[in-house]
Ligand binder design. Structure first.
Ligand SMILES: [Zn+2]
Length: 448
């Protein structure tokens, strides 16, 4: 490729222009067509779906509009695990002969038994292509040097690195390494982009500073892709990581049972563009009814192309909100506005639903804090007591007057929950190298 052509290629705005800018009606038509075929494939190939559809009295021929999908039964993580144990090794939700499966990743989840997520060669290729498209929308280009610092072992985020390669970026498969080593690699290869979790991005930046390296000056990382925790979609968290690194932070969302990345932020950083050509989304309330656009509900996903193991109405347990308003970048795909938490993480404190991300948004508003916090929930004489432990920023002299009170007040206005506030010296709480543990619920059974 000549230098001029390479430059034109790098300036290209969209990876797949016709697809990415089509009308909402065209998106719906594409999804309906793919969904019809996918339901037939599921019913023909998977003993599980044949039985589940028959039990619900529905079949692929009943799908005339996208709304008709609501007549089909949902499935959850427990079902995936149970079917895998009943018909090992991959379960009978599998809709292709096992010889067609070329790759599995796995997730342990809270159930303790790793569930395998199988892919055919075509599925795997779709995933890489989607990943390349998504990286392109976040501004990654062939002249970038991309470091992949997510777990590579069985983890669904592992092969995402291949999307950066397909796009043409130089890719370094770092995986999870000790921070000093990762910083060394970032320097040595002059990495311009890095993918990690938000809490680790923060930790790595702090570690660099301790070593006398200023990420803004001494490293060349200008794009951070983050996933695995809500932080990347909390503006206050994102801005603090961006200030620490002198880099832009792009949030990504993925799920081992579906795709490595189902959605990611474009350069506008205004919600996460959803992979609507591969995955249909629903956002439902506790009664299973769709919520209005922008409102919070559980994310329920249906694959449209994944041949190995179609997922029809998979309940993710993630509490999200969506919009179909066109983005200022020109893309028309629906956008995930945020993952507000997991149903499993949702705390009910004094009868109020509370997610750690709600608290985090308030913590990050205070310059007097360094961003690290933990929620401790106890039951004292049959009453819930929430304590927010929060680290102060380095150099804050003693107890800043009124700080705990101001924070408690801000938290109460934002979330409706009253909390005790305990100010801690910097570096008191354990640091995360992968996902931060933000909740210490000492009440015993959460729902008990
Ligand atoms: Zn956009």
């Amino acid at each position: 490729m000549s230098a001029v052509l390479a430059e034109i290629g790098s300036a290209r705005r969209f990876w797949a222009p016709a697809l990415e800018t089509q009308s909402r009606a065209d998106w719906d038509a594409l999804k309906l067509d793919r969904l019809r075929r996918h339901l037939r494939h599921a019913a023909e190939g998977s003993p599980y779906y044949r039985a589940a559809f028959a039990a619900a009295g529905v079949g692929p021929e009943d799908l005339r509009t996208l709304d008709d999908l609501r007549r089909f039964p949902t499935l959850d993580k427990r079902t995936l695990r149970d079917r895998q144990l009943a018909v090992p090794p991959l379960g009978d939700i599998l809709a292709v002969p096992e010889r067609d499966v070329v790759y599995v990743c796995a997730s342990s989840g809270s159930t303790g038994v790793p569930t395998a997520s199988p892919f055919t060669a075509e599925d795997f290729d779709d995933w890489i292509d989607y990943e390349a498209r998504q990286f392109w929308s976040s501004g990654l280009r062939p002249d970038d040097r991309y470091g992949h610092a997510l777990n590579l072992s069985l983890f669904v985020g592992g092969p995402c690195v291949l999307g950066a390669q397909r796009l043409g970026a130089l890719s370094v498969h770092a995986g999870t390494l000790p921070s000093e080593r990762l910083l060394q690699i970032a320097q040595q290869f002059r990495l311009t982009a890095l993918w990690t979790t938000p809490s680790y991005a923060w930790y790595l930046g702090e570690t660099a500073l301790k070593q006398g390296l200023d990420p803004r000056r001494d490293l060349q990382v200008r794009r951070l892709f983050v996933a695995g925790e809500p932080g990347g979609s909390i503006p206050q968290t994102r801005q603090r990581i961006e200030a620490l690194w002198g880099a832009k932070v792009y949030d990504y969302y993925g799920l081992s049972d579906i795709f490595g990345s189902c959605a990611g932020m474009c350069e506008r950083q205004d919600g996460l563009h959803w992979a609507e050509d591969h995955i249909h989304w629903e956002v439902l309330d506790a009664a299973g009814e769709p919520v209005h656009e922008g409102e919070r509900g559980e994310l329920v996903l249906t694959t449209l192309t994944k041949r190995a193991r179609p997922m029809i109405r998979f309940r993710t347990g993630d509490i999200v909100s969506f919009t179909t308003e066109p983005c200022r970048c020109g893309r028309t795909s629906a956008r995930l506005l945020g993952v507000h938490g997991r149903l499993d993480d949702m705390l009910i404190v004094k009868g109020v639903n509370l997610f750690p991300s709600d608290v985090e948004a308030v913590v990050r508003r205070f310059a007097e804090f360094n961003g690290e916090y933990r929620l401790v929930v106890e039951r004292v004489q049959h009453l819930d007591r929430l304590t927010v432990e929060v680290e102060t920023a380095p150099g804050l002299a003693g107890d800043a007057p009124g700080l705990a009170g101001r924070f408690a007040h801000a938290l109460k206005s934002a979330s409706g929950v009253s909390a005790e506030v305990r100010l801690l010296a910097p570096e008191t709480l354990p640091r995360a190298t992968h996902k931060a543990r933000r909740v210490d619920d000492r009440r015993g059974a959460l729902w008990g």
